[in-house]
Design a protein around this ligand. Structure first.
Ligand SMILES: Cc1cc2nc3c(=O)[nH]c(=O)nc-3n(C[C@H](O)[C@H](O)[C@H](O)COP(=O)(O)OP(=O)(O)OC[C@H]3O[C@@H](n4cnc5c(N)ncnc54)[C@H](O)[C@@H]3O)c2cc1C
Length: 401
């Protein structure tokens, strides 16, 4: 039987995860990436337990633990003015007990490298910017442009659009819906540990809550760097590019009056990137014929649950499971099964992420007090069972045939 040929457009975390799972299932998957070099932004990422389990399935969890920081201490919520701890959730062994694994915080570049090194060189074609996709009853055809303007065509049995929030594949699948500007932007910086306040060095994921904004900090890269993400009102800022610089004084101004330790952290930052935050409304379709979407192309979400990449990994795992026994005649059915299994869960998380927008940014007052006392009496790790403990094998067993 000739192998099913799968073309993945986009070599981000989602596209690489898809290539790994598909190849592990014995399928021929090639990634086509527009960039001439694969790289991730200089920033951190929470590798939630549901994503760690999938890295483990790929045999990569041990290597993750050697570069990432294991959240041993706590998941800490603090108040803006005085840094008062509103709530500290123990992670470490409690996380293992509940979800079978630790939770990690990693440098994105380390994570990307981990995936890349697990793929053979011939699995990735760089400098391939997809400009068109077509399909007929027999196959799909992709047109790519190189930096020099040369065009090439590739045919495949299945096309996976893993090309991010501004996907060029998406219009072939779903009626185009504009991305939604959240009104917020993210400042991101990496602070060298030797310059950071003591409080920031602990293996703890800290979220600071204050009126109209919040800030997340945690150590990455074996503790050598502190990752800072500050979500603030965007004002006129609309640029959505990880490579666009912001100004440190603008970032510091956003946190006037906040705890001095937070200022010590921000003052130690040497540079910052600034990125306007967009998401999308859930799409009606993720597949059309032999074309399917995955990751941010399918479900771009706000980062407030730290699940965008984790959901791309879940897509990749389920997609490979659905395709692994498919032949050319049953491909479309296999993709329908993928969509039926994955769409409800990813959509739910996309909508829930947006819901956090208001809750995280309450002005001081009765609603904020009610939120903070809920934190104090809550158990966020257990309450995250629907995210971290989700059973994809059960989804596959109960998914439509
Ligand atoms: C501030 C912030 C914090 C976040 N924190 C977390 C977190 O803690 N945990 C978590 O799980 N998620 C987090 N996320 C979400 C996560 O970063 C994304 O969901 C994830 O990176 C999406 O991966 P992707 O591969 O689907 O898309 P992308 O990373 O966007 O990759 C798309 C790839 O496709 C390529 N491409 C685009 N167009 C073309 C084309 N025409 N032809 C060829 N290639 C193309 C691009 O160059 C890129 O390499 C966060 C997001 C933000 C904004």
């Amino acid at each position: 039987m000739t192998k099913v040929r799968i073309a993945i457009v986009g070599g981000g975390l989602g596209g690489l995860a898809a290539a790994l799972f598909l190849r592990r299932a014995g399928l021929e998957a090639i990634v086509y990436e527009q960039a001439t070099q694969l790289r991730e932004v200089g920033a951190g990422i929470v590798v939630a337990p549901n994503m760690v389990r999938l890295l483990d399935a790929l045999g990569l969890a041990d290597r993750l633990s050697s570069s990432a920081v294991r959240l041993e201490g706590a998941w800490e919520f603090r108040r803006w003015q005085d840094g008062r701890v509103l709530f500290a959730q123990l992670m470490g062994e409690e996380c293992v007990r509940l979800y079978g694994t630790h939770c990690y915080v990693a440098h994105r570049a380390d994570l990307l490298k981990l995936l890349l090194q697990a793929l053979p060189d011939d699995a990735i074609r760089l400098d391939h910017c997809c400009v068109e996709v077509r399909q007929n009853e027999n196959e799909a055809e992709l047109t790519f442009a190189t930096r020099t303007g040369r065009k090439t065509k590739v045919t495949a049995d299945v096309v996976i659009g893993a090309d991010g929030i501004h996907s060029v594949i998406r219009p072939a699948v779903a009626a185009e819906v504009d991305s939604r500007f959240s009104g917020m932007c993210a400042f991101r910086c990496l602070v060298p540990a030797e310059d950071a306040p003591e409080m920031a060095l602990r293996p703890v994921h800290t979220v600071w809550f204050g009126p109209g904004r919040h800030l997340v900090q945690y150590p990455i890269s074996g503790g050598r760097l502190i990752n800072v993400v500050a979500i603030v009102p965007a004002g006129d800022w609309r640029t959505e590019s990880w490579t666009t610089d912001g100004e440190i004084p603008d970032l510091i101004k956003e946190f006037e009056g906040w705890d001095p330790r937070l200022h010590q952290l921000l003052n130690s930052a040497r540079s910052t990137k600034r990125w306007a935050l967009y998401d999308r409304y859930p799409l009606e379709r993720w597949i059309a014929g032999r074309i399917a979407l995955l990751g941010d192309a399918a479900h771009a979400m706000l980062p407030f649950l730290g699940q965008g990449a984790a959901q791309a990994f879940e897509d990749a795992f389920v997609l490979a499971e659905c395709l692994k026994n498919a032949d050319r005649n049953s491909l479309s059915h296999a993709l329908q099964r993928y969509e039926a299994i994955r769409q409800p869960r990813a959509n739910q998380i996309q909508v829930a992420s947006r819901g956090r927008e208001v809750r995280y940014h309450l002005d001081d007052g009765p609603e904020q007090q009610e939120r903070d006392s809920r934190f104090a009496g809550g158990d966020p790790l257990r309450e995250s069972a629907w995210l971290y403990g989700h059973d994809l094998q059960a989804d596959l067993r109960s998914g439509v045939d």
